[in-house]
Write a protein that binds this ligand. Structure first.
Ligand code: ACO
Length: 421
């Protein structure tokens, strides 16, 4: 069977044959047929907008790998900072590289005092932490004017370091402001995850529990990248205009904010709270099947199988509950999963738990308010966004993102004077 595809324009009889490589054929075939012809592909269901060597995802078989390494192995054996290095550099660091990287990230965790005193203090007292976070990331860029110099590798590397190091600080700052607690400065003697927990929770004496520190790190690893999702696409689209990486990360975080994306774990916990008891599960499932809402934390654009991250998170949940006590919503979640996985509505549509189904329960058990859940997602995803940003800038095939449209509006018509309307 030839690895080619032939497209025939029936209007003209012209045909073009192009190669299929790894299941992909170039859209130049369409342009060759007729430069005024476009493909209508809302939400990019059939469009690969870039080549990428960062994350491999096989949704049918539930496989996720960063730079070739299975997510299960990374979650078991690695740390978030090592994974961030891997995503950004393509290889796992050796001992000296990891020490240097850890040292550099750890020593860039502080933020300019004006970020907090002049910028964050201006928010309304009940501002949503994720709204604050999205704005704070963009504002942070204004403290580093050289960030605009995206052609300079040294400057790019510096901004990457700053963004990864300062995200936990910004995140904790948004939380502390929203609950009226004083800001806690980073403690550079702590690990990346322990430092974040320390900035979040320290009131008087505070010792980070090692089980919770490791759970946080594993959750960070699982959320570090997921190829061309909505937020990463926003990062690439904004980055393609050569905006500075703070602005592009802020755009990516804004995309993540929505309930169909990073906001889903918040929606899952609210859904479980609304269901309230095991007795209500069948009625809730029926209401979803009747089209009265979605089973949040289920379904995925790419995974048509159990999300491998959901499996790992379910295991982490039990480890966390050993320390914190069981989240009372867990039983409802387990029952929902059991019913949905045996219900024809969900199985025929290949709807399985995604990463967000259990993560919210862990966050809640660890004490995070629901409004912080998406912020927790954005901290590690910054590594993925920046890996894609680097890849984009080095990719000679890329230009400024500019899709075409299928115009369906009015044909030309003459202006009508107000008195005649
Ligand atoms: N509950 C009930 N039905 C669903 C669900 C769900 N969670 N998800 C999809 N469906 C149904 C749709 O109604 C549709 O049914 P139909 O063919 O009868 O019309 C079918 O499954 C296909 O759904 P689409 O919306 O076309 O699937 P799409 O790939 O566009 O959506 C999405 C993926 C947005 C994740 C969707 O499954 C969803 O809304 N899930 C709930 C929100 C969620 O958990 N988001 C987190 C995703 S993971 C992440 O972003 C980190």
């Amino acid at each position: 069977m030839p690895d080619t595809i032939t497209i025939i324009d029936d209007r003209t009889g012209k045909k073009v044959t192009v190669p299929i490589t790894d299941g992909v054929f170039p859209s130049s075939a369409i342009r060759e047929l007729d430069p005024s012809l476009f493909v209508y592909d809302p939400a990019y269901l059939s469009t690969a907008a870039c080549k990428s060597s960062i994350t491999y995802l096989d949704g049918d078989n539930g496989i996720l790998r960063y730079r070739g390494y299975p997510i299960e192995q990374l979650a078991e054996k690695s740390t978030f900072l090592e994974v961030a290095y891997l995503l950004l550099n393509g290889e796992l660091p050796n001992g000296a590289q990891l020490d240097q990287w850890t040292h550099d990230v750890t020593h860039h965790t502080f933020i300019h005092e004006n970020m907090r005193k002049r910028f964050v203090d201006g928010f309304h007292y009940d501002a949503h932490p994720m709204g604050m976070f999205v704005s704070a990331v963009a504002a942070l860029g204004t403290f580093y004017n050289q960030a605009k110099d995206i052609e300079d590798k040294d400057s790019r590397d510096k901004q990457i370091l700053r963004l990864i190091a300062k995200m936990p600080t910004l995140a904790a700052m948004c939380h502390r402001f929203s609950v009226g607690l004083p800001f806690v400065y980073p403690d550079n003697d702590l690990s990346f995850s322990a430092n974040f927990l320390h900035m979040m929770w320290k009131v008087g004496e505070y010792q980070v529990n090692p089980v919770l520190e490791r759970a946080m790190d594993v959750l960070f690893i699982l959320h570090a990248d997921h190829e061309q999702n909505c937020g990463t696409t926003a990062m690439r689209v904004v980055g393609s205009s050569h905006a500075d990486p703070y602005s592009a990360c802020s755009a990516a975080a804004a995309a993540l904010y929505g309930p169909l994306h990073g906001g889903a774990n918040e929606a899952v916990v609210r859904m479980l709270e609304d269901i309230g008891s095991l007795d209500e599960v069948p009625a809730f499932i029926q209401s979803v099947k009747d089209g009265k809402g979605r089973l949040m934390g289920f379904g995925h654009r790419v995974y048509k199988n159990y999300d491998p991250r959901a499996r790992i998170i379910k295991q982490v949940a039990y480890e966390v509950f050993e320390v914190t006590g069981k989240n009372p919503l867990l039983d409802i979640a387990l029952k929902l999963e059991e019913v949905a996985l045996t219900d024809e509505y969900f199985t025929s549509r290949r709807l399985y738990p995604n990463v967000d189904f259990y993560s919210g329960l862990i966050y809640q058990a660890m004490g995070f308010p629901i409004s912080m859940f998406t912020v927790l997602f954005a901290i590690p995803r910054t590594a993925g966004w920046l890996a894609h940003w680097q890849e984009l800038l080095a990719d000679k095939d890329q230009k400024i993102s500019r899709p075409r449209q299928w115009y369906t509006g009015a044909d030309t018509r003459d202006y009508v004077a107000l008195s005649a309307r």
